[in-house]
Design a protein around this ligand. Structure first.
Ligand code: URA
Length: 425
């Protein structure tokens, strides 16, 4: 076979066979198919798409490109969760210990943030001492003993995705449904859980900008999961504004603690309890949302979170420490009205520029910096009232402040928001 012929075949809108897809992935991992040919293929897929059979073959070829984790030593139904990326998304930090507090084991591998999106691993690493690199043996032991572990993905898992994701990131081929579906599901299948909850984010701050595309992505991933015997449910969630009130690594840890202490915003807390209810149900534990939320109110979820932090070497005293920055800037409203838009993409980029995120993979993070919103979409605001506080270790220029304010959309009429838009199972 020759890569050029397969690129041409896809470019002309024809289907690649199972063997051809396997050959391309094998060749890409062993280096015989170079980056430039893989990027041409990704672009051809962008324009011509892939059939259901091709997506399934691509996913399984990617799964087999690295090691697969065997979680069978952990008793019970192991449930995993994956988000397709967002801004201020601290959901896993609360959801994983909340689900584990019901005795359902959560063995989770998370990723890092890139561009305007944040990553759970970066947030956890902002806790002094927290180890994200753990051997498979210790990972399984921790889940057996404490019921929950959130670690980094092992280098050997889905090798093809590591290479392909980095390539897609620099060739404008990230937001392509067959490639996102195979990237997410190959990692979830290889990570070994019995059941999977997919959080498919929709909106201006997500890869899927509209509900129709998000539905297709969700349905594709649910079908991929089911085809290999994993119970899979997808939830379409709103990413038009940041999740919760904070963006930034330590700031999000602090917000997660607030939620776990029962002091978080009611809408985010309920949203996470709803996701936990679905994860529990995937593990055959049926609870009402109220019953799930009780584990936040009675401290059971917080206790699990602390147990996980300690088990992974984190310092509990440092965990509760406020952020330390040289510059805190309050952003005040110039008018009365209602907040009708807080574009997640713009604020994710703002937070990235002040050090909370990475423009390229090799960038260092400033864990302390970020944004806390005092108002969210749908809420009333008065002239002179605080919209947000910026936490920075640099001077925030007038220009930056003006741009920040320009992105806060205020109107005389309020709008309604909804975290969970649709469930696809
Ligand atoms: N998240 C992933 O893991 N892969 C993608 O391609 C997009 C989001």
């Amino acid at each position: 076979m020759r890569a050029v012929d397969l690129i041409q075949k896809k470019r002309d809108g024809l289907e690649l066979t199972t063997e051809e897809i396997q050959w391309l992935i094998d060749g890409y991992v062993d280096g015989s198919v170079p980056d430039y040919q893989m990027s041409a293929l990704a672009m051809a897929i962008y324009f011509k798409g892939m059939s259901t059979r091709e997506i399934s073959d691509l996913t399984m070829a990617m799964v087999h490109s690295g090691e697969e984790i065997d979680l069978s030593a952990i008793a019970g139904v192991k449930v995993d969760k994956h988000s397709t990326g967002g801004v201020g998304d601290k959901v896993t930090l609360i959801l994983a210990p909340l689900v584990a507090s019901f005795g359902v084991p959560v063995a989770k591998m998370s990723g890092r943030g890139l561009g305007h999106t944040g990553g759970t691993l970066d947030k956890l690493e902002s806790i002094k001492g927290y180890q994200i690199e753990i051997s498979q043996e210790d990972f399984i032991k921790q889940v057996q003993e404490t019921g929950v572990a959130v670690i980094g993905q092992s280098d050997n898992l889905v090798k093809a995705d590591k290479l392909l994701y980095a390539l897609r990131d620099v060739t404008a081929t990230v937001d392509i449904i067959p490639l996102i579906a195979s990237s997410v599901m190959s990692k979830k299948i290889a990570a070994g859980a019995d059941a999977i909850l997919l959080d498919v984010t929709v909106g201006e701050g997500a890869f899927m900008k509209n509900i129709e595309d998000a539905r297709v992505l969700a349905r594709t991933m649910v079908d991929l999961g089911k085809a290999v015997g994993r119970k899979t449910v997808a939830v379409l969630t709103d990413m038009s504004q940041p999740v919760g009130t904070s963006i930034g690594n330590r700031l999000e840890i602090l917000e997660a603690l607030e939620i776990l202490q029962g002091n978080g915003r009611a809408d985010v807390t309920e949203f996470i309890c709803e996701l936990a209810q679905i994860m529990l149900s995937l593990a055959n534990v049926e609870k009402t949302v109220e019953e799930v939320c009780q584990h936040i109110e009675n401290g059971a979820a917080l206790k699990k979170f602390e147990e996980m932090v300690v088990a992974q070497g984190g310092d509990l005293e440092d965990l509760y420490r406020p952020v330390q920055v040289s510059n805190q800037v309050d952003v005040l409203s110039d008018e009365d009205g209602y907040i009708v838009g807080l574009p997640a993409l713009e604020f994710g980029l703002f937070a990235m520029r002040i050090g909370a995120g990475r423009a390229v993979k090799t960038d260092d993070l400033d864990y302390e910096t970020g944004i806390v919103f005092h108002k969210k979409v749908g809420e009333a605001i008065a002239e002179g009232e605080k919209i947000a506080t910026i936490y920075a270790n640099e001077n925030i220029s007038e220009n930056m402040l003006t741009n920040f304010k320009k992105n806060v959309k205020i109107d005389k009429v309020s709008v309604k928001t909804k975290e969970i838009i649709e469930i696809i199972s």
